[in-house]
Design a protein around this ligand. Structure first.
Ligand code: ATP
Ligand code: MG
Length: 552
């Protein structure tokens, strides 16, 4: 990426067009909101909605509220409420003093529902859920009006008040909006706006036994907060006429406008909260922040930065058409973000020994190595001696064409040290290479000013005398396609591989959250859950190779 984009709210899109239309006519300052249901942790799809809502508010110098949409007396938890706030803050956004709970509006919502009854726009219906469903009609046929539709206002008010008092059982009565049973839009066919449920609510307890339905609650919440633009995902497009109807008919001044955009989908990634919760509750992953999950806390623990997520969301942009974004694009964004920021160190993930036969035993020297190719992060000293570790893949007995690393007779550069020429190797009884032998050329020290001859390969290494052993987690996709599974995927048994690697001694000082490039092996972070003082555990954030090209 040549320039930092970073604000999805800035990138041109149809939402801007809509906002500009409104600005100058009836909207002075925009107010958006992010309305999560506190029934799970946020995932990367939510991050897009967060970036969009808070980003637009930033761009138009407006405000964005955080509103917990807790109108359901179902399973909701302070753990979720806390994690959601932490994740939004981590992404770099601030709701200031505007943290709201939809359940705090229950009284107002109730009053406004009485208002609808008084204005002749709602009635209490005695039909069961099943009967209502059957009377709704279809796309081809109009629905049938409820026999209770023409109750008097007084009777409706009395029944609704008694519903609130708890005089009726679950499902015995509902409050329905009186709209149009022959509307071509089924959502407009006298939808239920209140139902009876004698369940306890996580914050209002047993105060209420009637609960507003989403299609009524959401526009009312928006109007109460004087939201100007209520941005949601495409599945609510067909509900927009009902949203507008509610906004128009309740006794509130604010007239928020609903605008839909397509959800973010990522290749080979299952995002639904229900799916994620199932993995966590069945201990199939290491908590909601397992680095393999697409939850924001998982991505954070994996080592992603908030900048990289914001850039990703901005790059993907918004549209009305559903699409699936290649996860390689997300990986591209973290590489672009980390490349200039983090030091490059040596870690050997699959070690074999390299013995420099003409280097004196018991001798050791310190060599300076640049911490970053830009030269802007200073240098460090690493020790060099007769026995080193290199990657097993950097030696081959029978090299294919264009293999420029070690094979008998070939010379390579050891990064920051000397040119070495391979002279031989040992194998174990299975033919596996255990040790590689080479000689070094003292004239080639540091390699940089040496021009007499060129080598094509440069490999990284660590000194066997001083290297430290650390645990490293390598990841593959959490799920793999599976035709026989309901979701189309099953868990990938190879998604986590933990290995012991040899690293430069300095890396042992890494503390949780420290990020590095391990030369040629990718970007890594010290795990925030399992790292201990002097014993960091590294997670691979992403490898260096990319299949994604940014054409911008
Ligand atoms: P899930 O289906 O994953 O459980 P949800 O839509 O039920 O998600 P909410 O807590 O209701 O989760 O969502 C909060 C906000 O995030 C909503 O405005 C919703 O539209 C938005 N959102 C959810 N998933 C995505 C996604 N994949 N891409 C963009 N926005 C999303
Ligand atoms: Mg939801």
């Amino acid at each position: 990426m040549s320039e930092t984009i970073n604000n999805l709210g800035e990138t041109g899109n149809f939402i801007h067009e809509a906002i500009k239309e409104d600005l100058g006519s009836h909207t002075e300052n925009i107010i958006t909101r992010f309305p999560p249901e506190p029934n799970g942790y946020l995932h990367i799809g939510h991050a897009k909605s967060v970036c969009l809502n808070f980003g637009l508010a930033q761009y138009y110098k407006g405000k964005c509220n955080l509103r917990f949409d807790d109108t359901n007396p179902a399973k909701e938890d302070v753990e979720y409420v806390n994690s959601i706030q932490e994740d939004i803050k981590w992404l770099g956004f601030d709701w200031e003093d505007r943290l709201f709970y939809a359940s705090d509006y229950f009284e107002r919502m109730y009053e406004l529902a009485e208002g609808l009854i008084e204005d002749g726009y709602a009635f209490v219906c005695d039909m069961s859920a099943e009967e209502i469903k059957l009377s709704r009609g279809s796309l081809k046929e109009p629905g049938k009006e409820s026999p209770y539709r023409n109750r008097s206002i007084e009777e409706n008010l009395d029944l609704f008040r008694r519903m609130r008092k708890g005089e009726f059982a679950d499902g015995e009565k509902t409050l329905r909006a009186k709209i149009d049973m022959s509307s071509p839009n089924i959502n407009m066919r006298d939808p239920v706006i209140y139902r009876i449920s004698h369940k306890s609510h996580h914050s209002t307890g047993d105060k209420w036994c009637i609960y507003p339905m989403y299609d009524y609650a959401h526009p009312v919440e928006d109007a109460l907060e004087e939201i100007t633009h209520s941005i949601c995902t495409m599945e609510f497009e067909d509900h927009r006429p009902l949203y507008d109807w509610v906004v128009e008919h309740v006794r509130l001044k604010a007239k928020p406008r609903q605008i839909e955009f397509a959800k973010l989908n990522l290749t080979d990634t299952i995002m639904g909260k229900r799916y994620l919760r199932n993995l966590v509750e069945n201990n199939l992953v290491d908590g909601w922040d397992d680095p393999r999950l697409c939850t924001i806390s998982g991505i954070r623990r994996r080592g992603y930065t908030p900048e990289s997520i914001r850039n990703f969301c901005a790059m993907v942009g918004v549209s009305k058409a559903n699409s699936v974004v290649d996860i390689a694009q997300l990986e591209y964004c973290i590489r672009e973000d980390l490349q200039p920021k983090v030091p490059v160190m040596h870690a050997v993930l699959e070690p074999i020994k390299l013995v420099i036969t003409n280097y004196p035993e018991n001798q050791s020297e310190e060599l300076p190595i640049d911490n970053h190719p830009s030269g802007e992060m200073g240098e460090r000293k690493v020790t060099f001696s007769r026995e080193l570790y290199i990657e097993a893949s950097d030696f081959m007995i029978e090299p294919p064409k264009k293999y420029f690393r070690l094979f008998v007779g070939n010379e390579v550069r050891l990064k920051g040290a000397y040119f070495v020429t391979c002279t031989g190797y040992d194998t174990d009884e299975n033919g596996k290479v255990t040790t590689v032998y080479a000689t070094y050329d003292p004239k080639t020290k540091n390699g940089l000013n040496f021009t007499e001859r060129k080598v094509k390969g440069t490999i990284h290494w660590v000194d066997a005398n001083t290297a430290k052993s650390v645990k490293v987690n390598l990841y593959e996709n959490l799920v793999i396609p599976d035709e026989n599974s309901e979701t189309g995927y099953s868990l990938n048994p190879e998604s986590l591989k933990t290995i012991e690697a040899f690293v430069e001694p300095k890396l042992i000082e890494a503390v949780a959250g420290d990020r590095f490039q391990f030369m040629r092996n990718g970007y890594f972070v010290a795990d925030s859950k399992h790292s201990k003082e002097g014993a960091p555990v590294f997670n691979r954030i992403v490898s260096l190779k990319s299949s994604f090209k940014n054409n911008k």
